[in-house]
Write a protein that binds this ligand. Sequence first.
Ligand SMILES: [Zn+2]
Length: 239
Amino acid sequence: MSYFKTSFQPSYQRNNKDSGQKNLRCFPGCCPKGHVARGYCGCAVSVGAATEDRMAWTMFALEGSQLEVKVGDELSLLFASKTKTRTRKSPGLPWIKGDSVEGGFNFNSERLGWHYGWISNVHTSGVSHVLRCAIFQRKGDVMICVDVTESPAFQVYCSRRKRKGVDTLVDHVPANDCLTPTLKRSKSDVFQIPSLIDINKRAKVARGIPPGNPCTQSSQFMTLLQLSTLACMIETNSK
Ligand SMILES: [Zn+2]
């Protein structure tokens, strides 16, 4: 049976890069020499396992979600390599191939970003994540899954992204809060007013100011312009 040798933290910050990379910071722990404030901070993941004639991949998943591969599944090595395996040229692919070392496999020794492409939304608040490791017995070009092991569950939250009009959010917020309603909603959704209210409520909560300004009661009857002004007033008053 395989097992994760690496220890994990209860939660990780995920950065959204303009390139589309969503990298977990300090995953699974900081650099061996200590935390690095800028750029990559993280280390390899180690899994203890038998390695003879075996190959291993690791991948992020939602805790409790269906296994992408389970024991007994057969997979073409070519398929796994070409369509699943992350490389420098394809950093968005989901599977990270393990390097065979004494007593098991190491993942991401190359120190690429720990990209996790999970898309958060308002309905996935509080979900937990795991890192899974699938071990395959190799028979020519065919691989047979012989074991799947899972890391302890962890949470993912995202860092603040400075965007127009929403730079009042706190630094560290749950992942689902990273979705900025005014920006993410479809154009057909004309009622964007509550979004501004939400943002100000969040800003107030973050500052320890109870929400519920009476002015917001009649917000649905205001024009967006009026509300924007109100938002600025609330912002100014709460400073
Ligand atoms: Zn770190």
